[in-house]
Design a binder for this molecule. Structure first.
Ligand SMILES: Cc1cc2nc3c(=O)[nH]c(=O)nc-3n(C[C@H](O)[C@H](O)[C@H](O)COP(=O)(O)O)c2cc1C
Length: 204
């Protein structure tokens, strides 16, 4: 894959920055062909102060806006956690390429229909099913079927579940890039300052 070539040859900071965003864009825009960075793990601070982590699908990556985005349920635990403390970290890993990218930033919970409606309308119906169950995530239930949404009802309103849908937009302030290159491991810390990503090499 072209992106991994860029990464394995990347040796100066500009190349590293290019490679990081190329990988995130590939992750967010992967269609049938999965990219290693389509699934990221997102870490928040739980309400009791413990770390909390879960897998999310990277839906958008914008180098210009220095942000990434995923979709979630407004009723979920992670949203409650982010309302209390919006700091968030995400990590993705290309196991074949030996590359790890860690993103650090602040989350914005996007709930306004003016911002969410277009995304909802352009999402594949299959991905919206989870928002259609009236039972909030993490509610105790007696069997899995209890929380299954009724999706095959004649004339189901295409907006059903829309009120439970939100976007999490993460403004990224720092990136940690690690390349376990056989020719020599490389790790860089990238911080956005004065209109530019500035990188420093750090020991892996
Ligand atoms: C492959 C995979 C992709 C997932 N993608 C998402 C996602 O994009 N958004 C989301 O809210 N949950 C996603 N989940 C479920 C979360 O990992 C998590 O179980 C759920 O959101 C509840 O998390 P919370 O209790 O921390 O809020 C995904 C799970 C898997 C296994």
């Amino acid at each position: 894959m072209a992106v991994s070539c860029v990464v394995s040859n990347a040796s100066n900071m500009d190349q590293i920055v290019d490679a990081v965003w190329a990988r995130l864009h590939a992750g967010a825009n992967a269609d049938k062909e999965r990219s290693p960075f389509t699934m990221l793990q997102a870490a928040t601070i739980a309400l009791d102060g413990a770390p909390a982590v879960r897998t999310v699908v990277l839906r958008r990556a914008s180098r210009e806006q220095r942000s990434v985005m995923f979709h979630t349920d407004v009723r979920s635990t992670k949203v409650a956690e982010l309302r209390r403390d919006p700091r968030i970290s995400l990590v993705g890993c290309d196991l074949d390429g030996g590359v790890q990218i860690r993103l650090h930033g602040v989350a914005r919970i996007v709930e306004a229909p003016s911002e969410t409606r277009g995304v909802w309308n352009s999402s594949r119906p299959r991905t919206l099913i989870v928002y259609r169950t009236p039972i909030a995530p993490a509610t105790p239930i007696t069997s899995p079927t209890e929380a299954h949404a009724t999706t095959h009802v004649e004339g189901l309103d295409s907006s059903a579940g829309f009120d439970n849908f939100c976007l999490i937009e993460v403004a990224i302030s720092r990136i940690d890039y690690l390349d376990l290159n056989p020719a020599g491991h490389m790790r860089a810390s990238l911080v956005f300052e004065e209109g530019k990503w500035r990188g420093t090499w750090i020991a892996p």
